[in-house]
Design a protein around this ligand. Structure first.
Ligand SMILES: NC(=O)c1ccc[n+]([C@@H]2O[C@H](COP(=O)([O-])OP(=O)(O)OC[C@H]3O[C@@H](n4cnc5c(N)ncnc54)[C@H](OP(=O)(O)O)[C@@H]3O)[C@@H](O)[C@H]2O)c1
Length: 266
């Protein structure tokens, strides 16, 4: 596709998430400009500054923090035209708030994650008007990974907790496993981190449902054996409650963000 026929996309905000959405696949299918906090717009494909912008963007991605949008989101109205489809990646900011702030009805909310950098984001999408999800939008969002349509806006809060924040929770837990096994190994044995990471991958490769994982634990836990000793301890420490509460905290935080729009000092 020639450069002129490619859809024009503006990224408002160019932080962690924005950078992870930028794959070769995406750059091949759209022309991307990015606006930073100093009001400078850069052409990402050509790696140069834009001196005069035209508000002829087909898609505008909101990749700023919710607080920035809630306190001064109306400053971005000038980048929109009647044709522009707004794609909000912001956690917690409701569709109705975005509509009011930007004075537009052409809005979809998505919840991608940083795994988009290797095309592995499981991106949840919500919109009121289903017609906004056409083949062109599908093509763009598919460059991030898979797309999961949700019917209810609250499901975006769930997706934020499990799929948006989830990768960080998983990384944290795996790292605890690594650190604990290192601690046990020291000073008697050499422990190779990669081997433990490999162990995680191997277990997940052969067990890919809750039932399989339950059966797997049972099959290794023989009576009075080593696994049973460890499993009994982990169960007694209410690990289920800890993990559930971790998700619940993220979910509740996502639900309360929108109501902070009037409280600009928090
Ligand atoms: N990170 C994730 O994994 C993830 C996943 C799903 C959804 N999200 C959502 O994505 C959004 C961005 O998250 P992030 O982690 O990428 O945050 P981030 O790294 O802090 O990026 C935010 C960016 O916005 C820029 N910015 C601030 N004010 C601006 C303005 N007035 N105009 C233009 N740009 C401005 C910042 O620039 P400066 O650095 O110059 O201030 C920064 O580059 C959030 O709403 C978050 O809820 C994030």
């Amino acid at each position: 596709m020639s450069a002129t026929l490619k859809p024009k996309v503006l990224f408002i905000g160019f932080g962690h998430l924005a950078k992870s959405l930028l794959s070769k696949k995406l750059l091949n299918s759209v022309n991307i400009h990015a606006l930073n906090s100093k009001g400078v717009i850069k052409n990402i494909n050509l790696k140069k500054k834009i001196l005069n912008f035209n508000n002829d963007y087909n898609y505008i991605f909101f990749l700023i923090r919710p607080k920035t949008f809630l306190t001064s989101g109306n400053q971005f109205q000038k980048y929109l035209s009647k044709e522009t489809l707004v794609i909000s990646c912001m956690a917690g900011v409701k569709l109705s708030t975005i509509e009011k702030t930007l004075k537009s009805k052409k809005i979809v909310r998505i919840m991608p994650n940083v795994m988009a950098s290797n095309n592995k984001s499981q991106t949840h999408i919500y919109m009121k008007n289903k017609n906004l999800f056409d083949s062109k939008l599908k093509k763009i969002l598919s460059t991030f990974g898979t797309i999961i349509n949700v019917r209810n806006e609250d499901q975006i809060n769930f997706a934020t907790a499990v799929f948006g924040s989830g990768p960080a929770f998983i990384a944290y837990i795996v790292n605890i496993f690594l650190k604990a096994s290192k601690k046990l190994a020291k000073p008697y044995h050499h422990m190779n981190e990669k081997e433990v990471i490999e162990l995680f991958k191997n277990v997940l490769e052969t067990n890919y449902s809750s039932k399989m994982l339950d059966d797997f634990v049972r099959s290794i836990s023989s009576k009075k054996g080593t696994t049973e000793a460890g499993v009994n301890y982990i169960k007694s420490q209410k690990i289920e409650k800890i993990i559930y509460t971790t998700f619940l905290r993220a979910y509740q935080r996502s639900k309360e963000i929108d109501s902070e729009k009037k409280n600009t000092n928090s």
